[in-house]
Design a protein around this ligand. Structure first.
Ligand code: ADP
Length: 500
C-alpha cells in the first residue's frame, strides 16, 4: 500500500498529541490527551515520564484507529517536544529513577546563582549559546543524581540514561538512546559550534558523559518502531519552537516566526554561523539537516496570551480570550494607558527577575475597553522589543514576521504587531506549525517530500497585516511603551537593553 502520511507526535507541557499529515501538509486526523502536572513545592514542576509515554502512545494508537489509516500507510514518524524537561532512567529496565523535572521548575535556581558567582557564565554562553538559568536541563540532571542512592556512581558506570523528552520517547519506541542537536542545544551541556557534548561543561556541572544520549542531526533515521503494529521509521526529533520555525518554512537567514501562546517565542533563522547575542537573547540549534546545521536566535516573552487569561480569570473583564478583540476594537486607542505584564519578571531582552507588573496612565475616562486594548498591545510591544534586539545582534532587519499560536487568531493584535514593527505580519492557514515542522523534517528524511523548496510552496497565507503607522508614530508610541517598562524596574537589575 502507498505510504500516504507522516505521523507527528507532539509532546507538549500539558498534553500529548498525535497528528497525521498528508502530502499537502494538511492535518487529516489528530488525537490529544492531557496528563498530570505535579507541583511538589512552590516553584517546582514535575511530570511522570511513564504518563508522558502512555499518553503519547495512546494518542498515536487513537489517531490511526479513528482515521482508519493503516500503519503501513505511514511513511515516517517525527517527534517534537517540550524542551529542556529532564528525564533520567535505568538503561537495563527503561524505568525512570525520578519524575521528569519540567522546564518551568525553579529548583536549581540557587545552583545557577552559585555557578554565576563562580564566574562560569561567559564560558557557558560561549559554548552553549544559553544563559545560566534553572530553565535548562544541565543543573536538573545533576540535581536528580544527587537525590537517588549512588546516583553519580551509577551514571558513571553507564547504568543510567539522561534524556530530554524526545530521547525518552525514542528510547521507549526503539530502544535507542539518542537525541537531536536542537534538543541537545537546550541542555547547557552541548557545544553548539561543534555539535558535541562538552567535557568541560559536563565536569563543571557534575554530569557523567556515560549517561548522555548520542547527539544526531534533527532529520535522521533514528530507528524503527513496531509498537503501532507495523514497522515505522522514526525520522525526526526536534524541540517544539525549532519545529514551529521549520513548520513556518522559515528556511532562509533572517526569516522569523513568533508563537503567541501563554508566552511568546520568537525565533529567527541566523543561518550557518552560530552568532552569540550581545543583548540577552539565546543562540540555539534550529536543526541539523542534509549534513548542515542551521542556527536560530531566540527571545521569549514570559507573559503573552497569559495577560488576556489574567483579564478573564482574575479580573473577570472578559468572557473569553476571543472577546478581547471585540472590546479593544470598540475604542480608537488605549486612552494613554499602558499595561506592562511583568508578572514573573521580564524576559528577553530585559532579563529582570525582580520587575513587577504595572498599569500607567490611568485617568477618569479610562474604561474596560481601553484596558483590554492596552493588554493586547503589551503582547505586541514586548515582541517588538525582542525583534529589535535580534536586528541589533544580527544586523539583519526583519522583512516579515510569520505568526502562529492561540493568540495569533486576534486580528487587532496582529495589526498592532505589524504597526509597531513597521513590517508585514503573515498568518498561515495551518496553525499546527509545531507538529507540521516535525512532520516535514521526518518526511524530507524518507523522500516523502523532496526538499525545502517543495515545502515553501505548501505554506499558504491566511491573512497578511501591513503596517499603517508612519515612522514617527512608531517612534513616539514605542518610546511611550519603553517609558512604562522603565517604571517596572526597581533599581539596578543587570544591563539595560540598548533600546531603552
Ligand atoms: P499554549 O500552547 O501556551 O497553551 P495557545 O497557543 O493554546 O497557548 O494559546 C492560548 C493563549 O492565547 C492563552 O493565554 C489565551 O489567553 C490566548 N488567546 C487565545 N485566543 C486569543 C484571542 N483571540 N485573543 C487574545 N488572546 C488569545
Amino acid at each position: 500500500m502507498a505510504k500516504k502520511y507522516i505521523l507527528a507526535l507532539d509532546q507538549g507541557t500539558t498534553s500529548s498529541r498525535s497528528i497525521l499529515f498528508d502530502h499537502a501538509g494538511t492535518p487529516v486526523a489528530s488525537a490529544q490527551r492531557e496528563f498530570r502536572q505535579i507541583y511538589p513545592k512552590a516553584g517546582w514542576v514535575e511530570h511522570d515520564p511513564e504518563e508522558i509515554w502512555a499518553s503519547q502512545l495512546a494518542t498515536a494508537e487513537q489517531v490511526l484507529r479513528e482515521s482508519g489509516v493503516g500503519v503501513e500507510e505511514v511513511a515516517a514518524m517525527g517527534i517534537t517536544n517540550q524542551r529542556e524537561t529532564t528525564v533520567v532512567w535505568e538503561r537495563a529496565t527503561g524505568k525512570p529513577v525520578y519524575n521528569a523535572i519540567v522546564w518551568q521548575c525553579r529548583r536549581t535556581a540557587e545552583r545557577c546563582r552559585e555557578l554565576k558567582e563562580a564566574g562560569h557564565e561567559a564560558l557557558f554562553q560561549a559554548r552553549t549559546g544559553l544563559v545560566l538559568d534553572a530553565y535548562f536541563s544541565g543543573t536538573k540532571v545533576a540535581w536528580i543524581l544527587e537525590q537517588i542512592p549512588e546516583g553519580r556512581k551509577r551514571a558513571e558506570a553507564g547504568d543510567l540514561c539522561f534524556g530530554t523528552v524526545d530521547a525518552w520517547l525514542l528510547f521507549k519506541l526503539t530502544g535507542r538512546h539518542a537525541t537531536d542537536y536542537s534538543n541537545a542545544s537546550r541542555t547547557l551541556l552541548f557545544n553548539i559550534e561543534t555539535c558535541a557534548w562538552d567535557p568541560e561543561l559536563l565536569s563543571i556541572l557534575g554530569v557523567p558523559a556515560a549517561m548522555l544520549p548520542e547527539a544526531l542531526p534533527t532529520s535522521h533515521h533514528f530507528g524503527d518502531t513496531t509498537i503501532l503494529g507495523g514497522s515505522v521509521p522514526v525520522c525526526s526529533l526536534v524541540g517544539d519552537q525549532q519545529a514551529a520555525l521549520f513548520g513556518q518554512a522559515a528556511f532562509s537567514l533572517g526569516e522569523a516566526k513568533n508563537t503567541y501562546g501563554t508566552g511568546c517565542f520568537l525565533l529567527m533563522n541566523i543561518g550557518k554561523t552560530c552568532t552569540l547575542s550581545k543583548h540577552g537573547l539565546l543562540t540555539t540549534v534550529a536543526w541539523g539537516l542534509d549534513g548542515e546545521v542551521t542556527y536560530a536566535l531566540e527571545g521569549s516573552v514570559f507573559i503573552g496570551g497569559a495577560v488576556i487569561q489574567w483579564l478573564r480569570d482574575e479580573l473577570g473583564m472578559l468572557q473569553s480570550a476571543a472577546e478581547s478583540e471585540t472590546l479593544a476594537a470598540a475604542v480608537e486607542d488605549t486612552n494613554g494607558v499602558h499595561i506592562v505584564p511583568a508578572f514573573v519578571g521580564l524576559g528577553a531582552p530585559y532579563w529582570d527577575m525582580e520587575a513587577k507588573g504595572i498599569i500607567t496612565g490611568l485617568t477618569r475616562g479610562v474604561n474596560r475597553n481601553h484596558l483590554v486594548r492596552a493588554a493586547l498591545e503589551s503582547i505586541s510591544y514586548q515582541s517588538a522589543d525582542v525583534v529589535e534586539t535580534m536586528a541589533l545582534d544580527t544586523g539583519v532587519a526583519l522583512k516579515t514576521l510569520r505568526v502562529d499560536g492561540g493568540a495569533s487568531a486576534n486580528n487587532l493584535l496582529m495589526q498592532h504587531q505589524s504597526d509597531c514593527l513597521g513590517i508585514g505580519v503573515e498568518r498561515g492557514k495551518t496553525i499546527e506549525t509545531t507538529a507540521l515542522g516535525a512532520a516535514y523534517l521526518a518526511g524530507i528524511c524518507v523522500g516523502f517530500w523532496n526538499n525545502k523548496s517543495e515545502l515553501i510552496n505548501i505554506w499558504q497565507l491566511d491573512r497578511r497585516f501591513d503596517p499603517q503607522w508612519t515612522l514617527a508614530e512608531i517612534d513616539t508610541n514605542r518610546h511611550k511603551w519603553h517609558h512604562a517598562v522603565r517604571q517596572t524596574r526597581t533599581g539596578d537589575h543587570g544591563p539595560s537593553p540598548p533600546i531603552i
